[in-house]
Design a protein around this ligand. Structure first.
Ligand code: MF3
Ligand code: CO
Ligand code: CO
Length: 294
């Protein structure tokens, strides 16, 4: 998705903080001048992506979205989350890709499936979906060495008003977060917009898990918190690719990790919802590499 134009003037100060004019610094051909590329790697460990990288991440993103569509069609009361894992695994492999979650830091399955009070990192298993559940499916294929990370929260059957609310708020948080992504804005602007909206709706923002750079690896710098202050943190520059993936709780923000060492649940047992996309910073705003309507 493209943001309304927020183009930096050629003669304006470069957002990378070099003190040079933008045209003399980062206004480069491939979306990232050499100077900013070096600076961002040295200073933050951020590896900017070039055109070919972006095209490859996009191809991976398309596969991720098709995988999510497949899962959505299979979701119904009575299906075990293990069966959805099998669908994701087989489809990913059939398309010549690999599911990044499998064996990642010991994660035992090919997709994260998080039901109701599970915030994220739910491990597929015998849990059976039932009418009224909400279920987040978080898919990350690796295609030709490139990663794209995307998730949606689905309804199982007809949602109760509370379920509908937390899912709507989480989706709107993603929309407002992405809307802040433009060169010259900061990482803090994204979190600020998300936190402000979530809390205005009486919901809370999870602190322990954040968005992240993505593309060459599953998780790269920078971290993208879904809370924070305007103007703080790294200045966004063209060529950055990262996820925005707010986890929004209906109750308190506190969480607990189950004995499986992965599953994060709300401490108060309240519902939690999440939407995630992989976003590229462009010259005049941003573009989702895993686009779906929000
Ligand atoms: N896809 C998750 C994210 O959005 C990460 C899952 S790590 C795993 O960052 F090991 F649980 F797969
Ligand atoms: Co992610
Ligand atoms: Co993810």
């Amino acid at each position: 998705m493209f943001r309304e134009s927020k183009k930096i003037g050629r003669n304006a100060p470069c957002p990378c903080g070099s003190g040079l004019k933008y045209k003399k610094c980062c206004l480069g051909k491939e979306g990232a001048g050499n100077r900013v590329k070096e600076l961002y790697y040295k200073k933050y460990g951020i590896r900017l992506k070039n055109k070919a990288d972006v095209e490859a991440i996009k191809r991976c993103g398309r596969l991720a979205l098709e995988t999510l569509d497949l899962v959505e069609k299979a979701i119904r009361p009575g299906i075990a989350t293990e069966e959805l894992n099998t669908l994701v695994h087989e489809y990913t492999v059939r398309r010549g890709a690999r599911p990044a979650p499998l064996n990642y830091k010991g994660f035992p399955k090919s997709v994260c499936i998080s039901v109701n009070e599970v915030i994220c990192h739910g491990i597929p298993g015998p849990r059976v979906l039932k009418e009224g559940d909400i279920v987040n499916v978080d898919v990350t294929p690796v295609l030709d060495g490139y990663y794209a990370d995307v998730s949606k929260t689905f309804f199982v059957g007809t949602p109760a008003p509370e379920a509908k609310k937390v899912v709507e708020v989480a989706k709107e948080c993603l929309r407002r977060g992405i809307n802040q992504v433009a060169p010259g804005n900061t990482v803090g602007d994204i979190g600020w917009a998300i936190q402000k909206y979530a809390e205005s709706r009486g919901c809370s923002v999870v602190r322990e898990f954040v968005g992240h750079g993505v593309g060459f690896k599953f998780h790269e710098p920078p971290q993208i918190p879904h809370f924070g202050k305007r103007g703080q943190g790294v200045v966004l520059v063209p060529g950055m690719v990262f996820t925005v993936e707010p986890m929004i709780n209906l109750g308190g923000k506190e969480l607990r990790i189950l004995n499986d060492r992965w599953t994060a649940v709300t401490a108060d047992g309240s519902l939690s919802a999440q939407f995630e996309q992989t976003i590229l910073v462009t010259e005049d705003g941003c573009e989702s590499l895993t686009p779906y309507p929000i």
